[in-house]
Design a protein around this ligand. Sequence first.
Ligand code: FEO
Length: 163
Amino acid sequence: MKLDERMLKSLNEQINKEIYSAYLYFSMASYFDSINLKGFAKWMKSQVKEELNHAHKIYDYIYDKGGVVELEAIQAPKNSWESPLEAFKDAYEHEIFVTESIYKLVDLSKELNDHSTYNFLQWYVAEQVEEEAQTKNIVDALEFIKDEKTALFMLDMELGKRE
Ligand code: FEO
């Protein structure tokens, strides 16, 4: 069964949002590299790959369903932040935005009785719980650390362990 036009358009828009997420996190990686927080930068570079994977999965799904992917322009991300905390607060806010976008897709799949897309999207629903939690945990850690340089250095080492 082919995808409804509205669903196809919304899935294409979600690809754009996932690629924008990758672009935003690449920009955050650059910010962290520029202030010599190499572990934070590495964490963000891993996140870039995850976001591209999120986009890729939707791309494949659209073709599995006989649709066509149409890529649009990617918005330029912000390039600098006041502090690591401000960057991670932005990352957390962004993940909430992505979750809301996924929920709208789920709502549309229900409205259209599109069972296969509903099922496909459940992976994203679960993934967003993780995406929000991991960024929120780092926001909490940075709020706890405040301006304590040794603790920031230790968190940088910890985040640098991400594969
Ligand atoms: Fe693809 Fe971080 O949500």
